[in-house]
Design a protein around this ligand. Sequence first.
Ligand SMILES: [Zn+2]
Length: 254
Amino acid sequence: MWRKLRITVLLLILATVVQQTWLDKADLAWKNNFYIAVYPINADGSSKVSAYLRTLTRDDFEAVAEYFAQEAAPYHLGLRRPIEVQLGAAVDKIPPAPPNGGSVLNNVVWSLKFRYFAWKNSPKVNVKPDIRLYLLYYDPLTTLSLSHSTALNKGRIGRVNLFGDSAYVKQNLVILAHELLHTLNATDKYDLGTTLPIYPDGYAEPDKTPLYPQDFAELMGGRVPISEAQAVIPKSLQQTIVGEKTAREIGWLK
Ligand SMILES: [Zn+2]
């Protein structure tokens, strides 16, 4: 009896996983555009960040939709705007933080907790979102460096750390776009230890001569390589491109 029940439960889980994987694959055929919801969060609870969040409008994220339209154009997806960004209401809870170098099990537990959080905290937006990004804003005067952002392709959710100050708007959108592509199966293309982009896939122009300095960053490479040992954060999305390997991972290139 118990054995049968256990097998039934396992089969159900397997069926769900197979269906989810199939759905994820079907999505990446880019038959329809992806609707993103971004939910601002006052991560440090400061009145400064709170005031900043009140100034945010949908227009502040329009550059992301325009950027992906421009980057997708050479791949002829047949979608004029493959990504649409909707600004949702502010969320007053903080999504669970990923484990710090935890075990595989810790990571699985965290990803389930995060998916549960997203299920409970998704204020309604016009079009039901395919991807949800929680934008955790910090005051740059009290938080000097941002910890790592994380996004999951399973469940298509992200936890993005940003600076809540108008001086950082353009750099924030680079981080947002990078995490967005993680939810669409793109992998990192930089060395996690040194943060240097990995050659050739993490380079915007791997065939450039001379190779250094590069003028652009590959979005998943994260930085603009200046020399073999030095790379700088791109100033805006316009200083980044979606490289070939990334395009393949997200289904733009077959
Ligand atoms: Zn990344």
